[in-house]
Structure formats: structure tokens, C-alpha cells
Write a protein that binds this ligand. Sequence first.
Ligand code: PGA
Length: 240
Amino acid sequence: MQNKILVVANWKANVVDINIWTKGFVGHSSEFVEKGVGVAIAPPYTTVSPTNYELLTTNSLFLASQDLSMFPTGAYTGEISASMLAGLGVKFALVGHSERRKYIGETTEMIDKKVQQAISSGITPIICAQTLEEIPNNIRNIDSSKYLIMYEPASAISTEGNYHPDSIENIKNTLSDWKNKLPTDVKFLYGGSVSPENISTFTPLLIDHSSLLIGFVVGHASLDPKSFGDIIDTLCSLPA
Ligand code: PGA
């Protein structure tokens, strides 16, 4: 079945035992494949490996990355290229997360290059943006089925386990504004303090086709497989 919803677990720079996590998650949530809910795990680079790709794939989970290089494979010390990640089974990559813009100094120009690298290696970039200006202009020249856009205001990112999401009204207004100014059929994800307790407040936006919201990026609440599983179970219970 084609996925109708996509949820990305962004583990950030946290240490998670992927074996224990996967066991806990699939033990808790078993219906997501039949319900058309795609689940992608974006672990730190140290966990992106053929063995873990195998582990995730066996359990119907996608492997994602939290970033990729703006350069191709070659003499770029410390970088990890899109084609290396594609070779390890990475299907989606977050690009331009606000934490990288803030702490590493990533610019929209760099993000534009990352988007090009991802797409040319067959990875779907998830372009993270707080404002329309943070979305590279060039995406207007790319087939909109090849990328996704995540709306996440930095102020909505959870802090030490405290969840303070953007208001539904803001999300709705932002997405309808972006939708009018971006290529037709661009699909959006929302990120920022999504938790098992508040996920049902966001679900009307999924059903409301005018917002073109198709899923979520979950940070802190994805570290615990049971909490993450509760979010997925709520999405599985939506009417088909
Ligand atoms: P959060 O993080 O769910 O902990 O707010 C989401 C993200 O920044 O990707």
C-alpha cells in the first residue's frame, strides 16, 4: 500500500540503542504498514549502517539521515555525501534543520546544494524551514514529488521534554500561504513538540486536503519507542 502519511523520528545527537528501540516499537505498534503510515528513522550518522538498514527494513521502517553533504563524494574531509548515504539505504534526509542553521551556520544557499545532492542520489530531501525565505528558490525548478518541506518554527521545538507546539491556526495559515507561493502539489510535514498527548490536535490538518500536510517530524517523543508508538497508533486510527 502507498503511504498516505509519513512520520520521521529525528533522534538528533542522542544515543539510542536501535535494536532495543525497534523491538519496543514494533512490539507496541503493528498496524502501520496496513494503515499506510510510513515510518522513517533518522538516527545519528554513527547508527547509519548496512546492519541497521537491514534491521529497519525487516521491520518495515525506512532509514533516513539528519543531514548530508552539500558536496559530492571526493576530497571533502569530514563530509558524508548523498551517494554514500544512498548506498547505505537512506531514503529520506532532513536538510536545513533550524538547529543546523543556528549552531552550524547553514545558509539557504548551502541547503539548496544539499537538496540537489540528495535528489541526484535518489534520496528525498525534507527541506526544513521556518519561513518561506528559508526554502531555496531553486525548488521551483524541481518536480515537487522529489522533495518534501517541513514547517517547524524553532520556538516550537521541545525543550527538555516540555512540549510547546505552534498553534493549529498558525500551522494552517503558514501552510496555506506557502502552498499558494510554491509549486502545485508540494507536500508538507510539520515538526515541533509533536507528542502522544497532542498528536490528535494535529490530525484534522491531515484530513483537510487544502493544507497538503502529509505527516510529522518527531524529535524528543521519538526517543522512547512506546511514546512514538502511541503517536503512530493515533495516526493508524484515522478513518481511511
Ligand atoms: P521536537 O523536535 O519534536 O523535540 O520538538 C522536532 C525536531 O526538531 O525535529
